[in-house]
Write a protein that binds this ligand. Structure first.
Ligand SMILES: [Fe+2]
Length: 199
């Protein structure tokens, strides 16, 4: 009788483990393949010309380290699976997913939504400074995209304020509620207890 019970427990554990392994592999395939990651991100943008524009920026203008580095250089914040290789891409996918959902909840539509999603995609694109990048993240990463990339003022403004009170002093006063929403999404995604599955 005892053996039977133990066997059932083992089978259950095996199933759970197999499920986790499968999920992990799916996630890794997306975030470790630049093309797959870009496809996943730009599909959130419904406006075709903006989607194409952001796709080109991701392909050609975002630093190479963006596709490899962890999301946190200190290791203090962010979920554990973002503290290693491909962490920054994984974090970006998560922020975009949260913003997409918050737009539904807050009834943000049209160009307001599209530009907010684009800002979410690019918000940490220069997190480790200009290429080839530093060993540590830099506070200036909020303003570098606006200087380096050809993006609209609204996308730029949302990126500039995405670090909220931890951003550049005098920069983080939000011009509108959309900017605040990106900061909240980024903040939530950086909590160590938040593990959002991608895709
Ligand atoms: Fe971020």
């Amino acid at each position: 009788m005892t053996d039977k019970i133990d066997l059932e427990k083992y089978k259950k554990k095996k199933r759970t483990f197999a499920g986790n392994t499968r999920d992990y592999r799916t996630q890794c395939e997306i975030i470790s393949d630049k093309e797959e990651a870009i496809k996943y991100l730009v599909e959130f943008i419904k406006d075709e010309s903006l989607s194409e524009k952001i796709k080109n920026i991701l392909n050609d203008e975002v630093p190479d380290y963006f596709w490899i580095n962890p999301s946190s250089s200190s290791g203090k914040y962010h979920p554990s699976d973002e503290r290693g290789k491909f962490g920054l891409v994984l974090h970006t996918c998560r922020v975009v997913k949260i913003v997409d959902d918050l737009c539904v909840a807050a009834q943000i539509t049209g160009s307001n939504r599209e530009e907010l999603i684009a800002a979410a995609i690019l918000h940490d694109s220069f997190k480790y400074d200009l290429p080839p990048g530093n060993h540590h993240t830099v506070k200036l990463h909020c303003i570098i995209p606006g200087e380096q990339l050809s993006i609209s003022d609204r996308i730029n403004q949302s990126i500039r304020t995405h670090d909220g009170q931890w951003g550049i002093p005098d920069e983080w006063q939000y011009a509108d509620e959309y900017q605040q929403l990106l900061h909240y999404a980024d903040y939530i995604a950086s909590r160590s207890y938040v593990h959002i599955r991608i895709p």
